[in-house]
Design a protein around this ligand. Structure first.
Ligand code: DGY
Length: 319
């Protein structure tokens, strides 16, 4: 029997590619550039399945031009905001993602960003690296301490919970907003807020962990940013679309927000060049899940979903 034909749009981990090549008839985009609209449409005529990343955009316009061969999109990502799920459903194309396996890696990056933003990582590194460290004073680079501070988490799903667990190790007082209140054994002492507004009012530190959907677009707007305590720190490892970037720049330049840690931006790749003017914005290039262990786990999870589908079963991560 012929093996199903799979298009892998980016250079996934070696272990993932070896397993995919063993089990399927695979074409890998080794140029490792985001799949273009034309490539994606043409793949739908040639392949039974695609394993894309969040860099490939399955908009309704793209999906409306799909051919009849494509049956399943097994995303190599937990976020699926690059997929128009309604349009894909209409075409009877199944969509899966890779939850769970990247929660710890992403929570680690959120910790790094939170600490870096709170303790002047960019300025500190730069002053030593450039040979400009020529004085020391007790009032020099004084930051904000995590221990004992109130941490607000918006989105207490898997990544939010993993982040809360790590922040507990720093003795932070954890509060959260989520669509539904968690069971006590899961919330583990974290205090639930019925509204985003009431969470923001007490968040000395705030970290975003909710998906990007039409409802969460620009969730953190000017009005809401103004509710945060003066001098608070904001961290975003979820999606850039959650934040009104112009309002954030205003809040940083007025000092209302004293530090920011970002792994994602409205425009990617590239980010927002305006942010580079501020040394108290600590930035990384969307690498929350980029560890060897997690990349392998994401690739394997995407392949597990395909294996189930081609064995006639429901993939575990069917959306
Ligand atoms: C995800 O899985 O959604 C990460 O942002 C990487 O794509």
């Amino acid at each position: 029997m012929n093996k199903p034909r799979i298009w892998i749009t980016r250079k996934l981990s070696d272990a993932t590619l070896r397993r995919a090549q063993r089990d399927y008839d695979v074409v890998v985009n080794l140029k490792d550039q985001p799949g273009t609209k034309e490539q994606i449409i043409s793949a739908s005529f040639e392949f039974d399945a695609i394993i894309p990343c969040h860099s490939e955009i399955f908009s309704s316009d793209v999906v409306s031009q799909f051919g009849p061969k494509l049956k399943i999109i097994a995303n190599h990502s937990v976020g699926v905001d690059h997929c128009d799920l309604g349009a894909l459903k209409k075409k009877n194309i199944l969509v899966t993602n890779t939850p769970d396996v990247l929660s710890d890696a992403t929570a680690e990056i959120a910790m790094l960003l939170m600490l870096g933003a709170a303790r002047h990582a960019i300025c500190g590194d730069e002053i030593v690296r450039t040979g400009n460290w020529n004085n020391w004073s007790p009032s020099f680079m004084v930051g904000k301490q995590l221990t004992g501070s109130r941490l607000g988490i918006i989105g207490m799903g898997r990544v939010g919970q993993a982040f809360a667990k790590k922040a507990r190790g720093f003795d932070m007082d954890i509060h959260y907003f989520n669509r539904t209140k968690l069971n006590k054994n899961i919330s583990n002492g974290a205090k639930y807020h019925e509204t985003i507004e009431s969470l923001l009012e007490i968040s000395d530190f705030l970290s975003l962990h909710c998906p990007s959907t039409p409802e969460t677009n620009l969730l953190l707007n000017e009005q809401r940013i103004n509710l945060m305590p003066s001098g608070s720190i904001l961290v975003n490892t979820a999606r850039g679309s959650l934040i009104d970037e112009k309002a954030l720049i205003n809040a940083i330049s007025s000092g209302h927000i004293s530090g920011v840690g970002l792994d994602c931006y409205k425009d990617e790749p590239g980010g927002n060049p305006e942010f580079s003017k501020y040394k108290n914005i600590f930035m990384l290039p969307h690498i929350g899940s980029a560890t060897v262990k997690t990349r392998d786990a994401m690739g394997f999870r995407a392949l597990d979903n395909l294996d189930s589908y081609f064995a006639g079963k429901n993939p575990a991560d069917l959306l």
